[in-house]
Design a protein around this ligand. Structure first.
Ligand SMILES: [Mn+2]
Length: 324
C-alpha cells in the first residue's frame, strides 16, 4: 500500500472544519469511508459535515442516509476544507459540487484517476491498488496517531466488504485486505452483522425485478457477453424498495463461458445507466470511458442519453474491441 502523504496530515492538522463528501449515488465504500473519517476527525476535535448528493439507492446504506446533508449552507462553508473519499474529482460529487468548489481540497481514492482530475492545488492520496477507499481511511486514522473506534472499524469493514464483494473479488494479491480485515474485527467489526447488513433487507419487489431482468438476458459474442435491461416503469414499479443489481450481476456472471455482463437501467425517459461487470481480462472500465463514464477494470458504469434499444446496441458494439 502507498503510505499516507504527509501533506494530507498537514491539511488535516491545519484545518478546523471539514466537509466530507463522496461520489453521487454512494455505495458502502463511499459511505463507510466518509463515516469513519468524520468520526476520527471528530475525535481530534475537528468539526465535520458529512455530505452527499445521493441518491441513496442501495438498501444497505439507507440506515445512514440521514447523517448526510445534500446541501451545505454558507455559514458552514466559511473557513471549511473539503475531503472527498472514494471519489477522484469534484464533478463526480454530482449536485454537491457547487458547495465544494473553491475550498481547499484533499482527495482519498482508489479509482484509476489521473492527478490532473481533481485540479491543481489539491492534496492527493491516491492508491489504485487499495481494495477500498475505506482501508485508505484506516491508514490515515493510524497515521494520525489513532486506533479505529469500534464504530469506525465497523464502517471501514463495511466499505472493504462492499468493494471486494465480501472478499470474493480478491485474488492471490489480496492478502493485505485480509490483514486489514483481521485488524478491523479485532477493533470491533462484526462480519456476520456486516454480511446481513449488506445482503439482507431486500424487498420482494427488488427480487421480482431481478427475475424480470434475468428472464430478458441475451447472450452475444458466442456467450462471452450477456446483456439485459430494465425500463423506467419497472424501476418505479418494483424498484422502490431498493435495487438488487448485485444479485443480478452475480447470477449472470456465473453463467459458463461469460466474460462480461452489461445491465441497462432506464433512469428517466431520456437517460439510461449502463452497469458493467467482467472477469479477469476484459476491461469494462475502458468500455465505460467510451461512454464518458468510469470505474474499475472489472466493475464500471456510465450514464448515457438515449433510449434502451439505442443504448443496448451501442453497448454491444462497444465490446467489439474487448471480445472480438
Ligand atoms: Mn470504492
Amino acid at each position: 500500500m502507498i503510505p499516507v502523504p504527509p501533506q494530507l496530515l498537514t491539511f488535516i492538522h491545519e484545518g478546523n472544519r471539514f466537509l466530507i463528501a463522496g461520489h453521487r449515488e454512494p455505495d458502502g465504500d463511499c459511505v463507510g469511508s466518509q463515516l469513519a473519517l468524520a468520526s476520527a476527525l471528530g475525535r481530534l476535535g475537528k468539526e465535520t459535515v458529512l455530505c452527499s448528493a445521493g441518491p441513496f439507492r442501495r438498501t444497505e446504506i439507507l440506515p445512514w442516509k440521514d447523517r448526510f446533508a445534500a446541501q451545505v449552507p454558507d455559514s458552514l462553508r466559511a473557513g471549511a476544507r473539503v475531503i472527498i473519499t472514494d471519489c477522484g474529482a469534484l464533478e463526480r460529487t454530482g449536485d454537491l459540487r457547487p458547495f465544494l468548489e473553491g475550498l481547499p481540497l484533499a482527495v482519498i481514492d482508489h479509482h484509476a484517476v489521473s492527478p490532473e482530475d481533481p485540479g491543481s492545488g489539491a492534496v492527493l492520496f491516491l492508491d489504485p491498488g487499495a481494495p477500498a477507499a475505506a482501508v485508505m481511511v484506516l491508514s490515515l486514522i493510524e497515521a494520525l496517531g489513532l486506533s479505529p473506534s469500534p464504530e469506525e472499524a465497523e464502517a471501514i469493514f463495511f466499505g472493504l466488504c462492499t468493494d471486494t464483494g465480501f472478499f470474493r473479488h480478491l485474488d492471490s494479491r489480496g492478502a493485505g485486505a485480509f490483514r486489514h480485515a483481521a485488524a478491523l474485527v479485532e477493533a470491533g467489526a462484526d462480519p456476520k452483522r456486516t454480511y446481513h447488513a449488506m445482503y439482507g433487507g431486500k424487498s420482494l419487489g427488488a427480487r421480482q425485478l431481478a427475475g424480470i431482468v434475468l428472464a430478458r438476458a441475451e447472450s452475444h459474442y458466442g456467450g462471452r457477453l450477456i446483456v439485459s435491461w430494465e425500463n423506467y416503469g419497472e424501476t418505479r414499479e418494483y424498484g422502490a424498495g431498493g435495487r438488487d443489481s448485485d444479485a443480478v450481476y452475480q447470477l449472470l456472471m456465473s453463467v459458463g463461458g461469460v466474460e462480461a455482463v452489461a445491465v441497462i437501467r432506464q433512469e428517466s425517459p431520456e437517460k439510461c445507466a449502463i452497469g458493467l461487470r467482467s472477469r479477469d481480462r476484459v476491461d469494462v472500465g475502458q468500455v465505460a470511458r467510451h461512454f464518458g463514464g468510469g470505474g474499475h477494470k472489472n466493475a464500471a458504469g456510465a450514464s448515457v442519453p438515449g433510449t434502451i434499444p439505442e443504448i443496448l446496441s451501442q453497448t454491444i458494439d462497444a465490446f467489439k474491441e474487448e471480445l472480438l
